[in-house]
Design a protein around this ligand. Structure first.
Ligand SMILES: [Zn+2]
Length: 375
C-alpha cells in the first residue's frame, strides 16, 4: 500500500474522539503484516471502552524507539468542499479530517518503518507504536493509561517521537520539546450592594478587584532558554450588572496562566495566594489545572532529528515549547520525547489538508531519523 493509499484509508474511518471506528483494528492488521506484535489496551468505564494499541517489533537488544500518535479527530463541522471522511486529492493536497492532525504522521511513520526494516537487514533493537483514540477529548483513557501500563510491565523506551503537526509554514521548520502548563482561575470579590449616589453606604468590590488584578499581573519570572516567561491573561471581569446606578454585590475575574517549567501548578497557586493575601480584601479563588508544564528532551534525539530534517528539506528546525497540550505530556514522564509532524496550519479547521509532497518528505525524514538512531 502506497503512502497516499494508507493515508486515504486512515481518513476513511470516522474516528471522532474517542471513537476509533475500526481505525486501530486496521492499523493493527498492517503492523501484524510487518512483523509487529500488537497488544490491545482498552481502558475506561463505558461499555465501549477507549481503544489503544501498543505494538512493537523487536530483534535482539538495542535502542527502543517509539512513535506515538492519535487516530481520533475533532468533529468535522459543516461546509466542507469535499466529504471530510473521503480523502480528496486536489492541487497537490489531500483534503480530509485528520489530514494534518495527525493521520498523515501515522501513515508516514508506518510507511517509514516498513521501508526502514526492509533495507536494514541487520536491525537490532525495538521499534514501537503507541496509538490512541482519545487525545482530542478528555484524554483520560488514552496515552495516559498506556503509559501507566508500560510502567507496570517495566517496558523501557529510550526515545519517543509524537507525530503532532508541529511544522508551521514549511515541513521541518519547527519541532517541539516541551510545553507550558495551563491553569484557569476564577477570582471573586464580594462587597456591599448600594446606590452609586451613596457610595459611603456601600462597598464596591470592583475597587478591590482592580488592586488584586494588578498584584496578580506582576511578572512571575523571565523564562529561560527553553520557555518564554510565565504569563497571566485576564479574560473576563464581570459583575452581571445591567443598570447604571447600582454598586454591584460581587465581581468575578477569570484568568488563564500559561506557565513554564520554573513553576508547577502547586507552586503557582501558592504564589497566587501569596500575592492576593498581600492585600487586605476578601476573595475566593478557584483553580482548574488543564496541564502541567514539561520538558524531557534528549540532546541525542534532538540532534538526530535536526540533522534528518536538514538532510531531507534543508530547513533549520526550531525547537519550541509553544502551543497547546498534547499526549507528549504523559510520555515525558517515562522517556525523552520530541514532537514532529506535518504543517499544522489547517488542523481542526474546515477543509483540513496536507501537501502530498510534505507527506513524502515526512516519511523520508522519519526513515533518516531511524537510520541515525540505529546506526
Ligand atoms: Zn493532534
Amino acid at each position: 500500500m502506497s503512502l497516499v493509499e494508507l493515508l486515504t484509508k486512515l481518513i476513511s474511518f470516522k474516528s471522532i474522539t474517542p471513537n476509533d471506528d475500526g481505525c486501530l483494528e486496521f492499523i493493527t492488521k498492517v503492523l501484524l503484516n510487518m512483523g509487529f506484535k500488537c497488544k490491545k489496551l482498552n481502558f475506561g468505564n463505558t461499555p465501549n471502552k477507549t481503544k489503544n494499541i501498543y505494538a512493537h517489533f523487536s530483534r535482539g537488544s538495542g535502542t527502543h524507539f517509539c512513535f506515538a500518535g492519535h487516530v481520533d479527530v475533532v468533529p468535522p463541522g459543516d461546509n466542507w468542499k469535499s466529504d471530510p471522511f473521503k480523502a480528496t486529492k486536489k492541487n497537490g493536497y489531500i483534503f480530509g479530517r485528520g489530514a494534518c492532525d495527525m493521520k498523515s504522521a501515522i501513515a508516514a511513520f508506518v510507511n517509514a518503518v516498513n521501508n526502514f526494516l526492509k533495507k536494514t537487514k541487520d536491525f537490532k533493537g525495538t521499534i514501537s507504536f503507541i496509538l490512541t483514540s482519545d487525545e482530542e477529548g478528555d484524554a483520560e483513557f488514552g496515552t495516559k493509561k498506556v503509559i501507566e501500563w508500560l510502567k507496570k510491565e517495566k517496558i523501557k523506551i529510550d526515545f519517543c517521537l509524537v507525530g503532532e503537526p508541529t511544522s508551521r509554514k514549511k515541513i521541518g521548520d519547527m519541532a517541539k520539546i516541551g510545553r507550558r502548563g495551563s491553569i484557569n482561575c476564577n477570582l471573586t470579590v464580594k462587597g456591599k450592594q448600594g446606590h452609586v449616589a451613596y457610595p459611603e453606604k456601600a462597598k464596591n468590590p470592583i475597587t478591590d478587584l482592580i488592586k488584586l488584578c494588578s498584584e496578580l499581573k506582576k511578572p512571575f519570572d523571565r523564562g529561560n532558554k527553553f520557555f518564554p516567561p510565565t504569563n497571566l491573561e485576564i479574560t473576563s471581569i464581570d459583575t452581571e450588572n445591567k443598570v447604571t446606578n447600582l454598586i454591584p454585590e460581587k465581581v468575578t475575574a477569570k484568568f488563564n496562566i500559561r506557565f513554564n517549567n520554573l513553576y508547577n501548578s502547586k507552586t503557582l497557586i501558592k504564589t497566587l495566594k501569596e500575592r492576593l493575601d498581600n492585600l487586605e480584601s476578601h476573595y475566593e479563588l478557584s483553580t482548574k489545572i488543564s496541564g502541567e508544564s514539561f520538558l524531557n528532551q534528549s540532546v541525542i534525539l534532538n540532534n538526530h532529528l535536526e540533522k534528518s530534517i536538514f538532510e531531507i528539506t534543508k530547513e533549520n528546525v526550531e525547537f519550541s515549547t509553544s502551543g497547546g497540550t498534547s499526549d507528549a505530556r504523559f510520555i515525558s514522564k517515562i522517556c525523552p520525547v520530541v514532537e514532529f509532524g506535518s504543517v499544522g496550519e489547517t488542523m481542526h479547521q474546515i477543509d483540513e489538508k496536507v501537501k502530498i509532497k510534505d507527506l513524502d518528505l515526512l516519511s523520508e525524514i522519519y526513515i533518516d531519523l531511524l537510520t541515525r538512531v540505529y546506526s
